[in-house]
Design a binder for this molecule. Structure first.
Ligand code: F3S
Length: 398
């Protein structure tokens, strides 16, 4: 891999130990994947934030680093709402460690905004063709597929290294040839809303990390694409997909239809909705409803507020979003919370240990459906946003 003189100097430790460690990680990855060199990136999104997932070893590793990131960088969701953690039932020992982790990242110049939807944040612009180093799988999928930016599915340490160096190794989805679709997915029925998350859940299981191009009978919105990509990345390992006539690369580059094709029918989508909520052999009753995986957009907040306006929910219900989206929409937050549902910021139903206090979660996200049982040991079932709200036991206030 070719390095500039300046990069060689960093690799030799002349810019300090932290930068040396960081560039070593980037060069090692570049060598493994055959990169020709390092390329500048516009931003980084760094996973490995929840104390639930990184523990004391992760906290120690981040705390030992010195230096400042060279590009705008933000964090993935943490293990709790950083302000309202007590209301979530988080233990104070966990909260202390979680605050230490976020503070250690802040010391490196990383913005302490904890979200998997950085593309909604003001001033954190992402454009077609931008090179990035993002790590949360749904954010990777959205930036690659819906925006047409370019990022590999980075691990926490490699995204952090890229942020410190301001560059990443030029391989994988940074290259035109790796972005071409290799499998066609023909969808035989019209879809809407959470059907797209069900589609991603169903298809992801069968295609691993290959790049698909979808041929659809309906045109998905950006929020629907977000749900599709998140589910594809979770039930499979898809980091980039195209939708013919919709996503930017598919429109601009007019890809040829790949020879391999799979078809998806209504029955495949319905199977996801009908999946039984169980852990082992035990079928569970819903005791919590969560929406906002990935974190809600302003439009989704509006929709949920509209459905909850003037109603009360009987079960625990979380609406997960970024703190910034919540703060920009105080009237929507107030309508949602008046119903008894909680607007939960900085975290989510998968990375927070607060989920473990429940036995069965209803979700409208294919990604949450894939991860909640394995990562939280909580049974999960799937429904549309309307079905989720119904399951929360919604009543008219009057
Ligand atoms: Fe985001 Fe958590 Fe879902 S990080 S994509 S809300 S699992």
């Amino acid at each position: 891999m070719h390095l500039t003189k300046e990069e060689e100097r960093t690799l030799n430790g002349e810019d300090g130990e932290t930068l040396q460690k960081a560039i070593e990680i980037l060069v090692a990855l570049g060598d493994i994947y055959g990169a020709d060199g390092l390329i500048p990136i516009k931003s980084a999104q760094i996973a490995g934030v929840s104390y639930k997932t990184i523990g004391d070893a992760g906290l120690e590793w981040i705390s030992d680093l010195n230096g400042k990131v060279k590009i705008p960088s933000i964090l993935n969701p943490a293990g709790m709402d950083m302000l309202r953690w007590e209301e979530m039932g988080i233990e104070s020992d966990f909260a202390k460690k979680q605050h230490e982790i976020v503070a250690a990242y802040e010391k490196l110049g990383i913005m302490s905004k904890c979200t998997c939807t950085p593309y909604y944040l003001e001033g954190f612009d992402v454009k077609y063709g931008d090179h990035l180093a993002w790590s949360e799988s749904s954010a990777v999928s959205y930036s690659n597929s819906v925006i047409g930016a370019r990022t590999n599915r980075e691990g926490g340490p490699s995204a952090l290294s890229a942020a410190l160096v301001g560059k990443t190794a030029n391989y994988g989805y940074h290259l035109d040839e790796m972005r071409e679709p290799v499998i066609a997915v023909t969808v035989d029925s019209k879809l809407s809303g959470s059907d797209y998350g069900a589609l991603g859940y169903s298809v992801g299981k069968n295609i691993g990390n290959r790049v698909p191009i979808f041929y659809m009978q309906s045109k998905p919105s950006e929020d629907e694409l977000k749900g599709l990509g998140a589910a594809l990345a979770a039930s499979g390992a898809v980091a980039l997909y195209h939708v013919e006539g919709v996503t930017p690369d598919a429109v601009k580059l007019n890809y040829e239809k790949p020879a391999e094709n799979i078809s998806v029918g209504r029955e495949d989508i319905l199977e996801v909705y009908e999946k039984t909520a169980q852990i082992g052999d035990e079928v569970k009753e819903t005791d919590i409803v969560t929406v906002g995986c990935p974190h809600c957009s302003p439009d989704e907040m509006q929709r949920i507020a509209g459905l909850l306006d003037g109603k009360t929910v009987q079960k625990e219900m979380w609406v997960c979003t970024s703190r910034e989206v919540a703060e920009r929409n105080p009237e929507l937050v107030s309508i949602i919370e008046k119903s008894g549902a909680k607007v939960v910021c900085d975290t989510c139903m998968v990375v927070s240990p607060a989920s473990n206090n429940f036995q069965c979660m209803m979700v409208n996200s294919g990604k949450a459906l894939a991860y909640v049982p394995s990562m939280c040991r909580v049974a999960a079932k799937y429904g549309s946003i309307e079905q989720c709200i119904k399951e929360a036991g919604v009543l008219d206030e009057n």
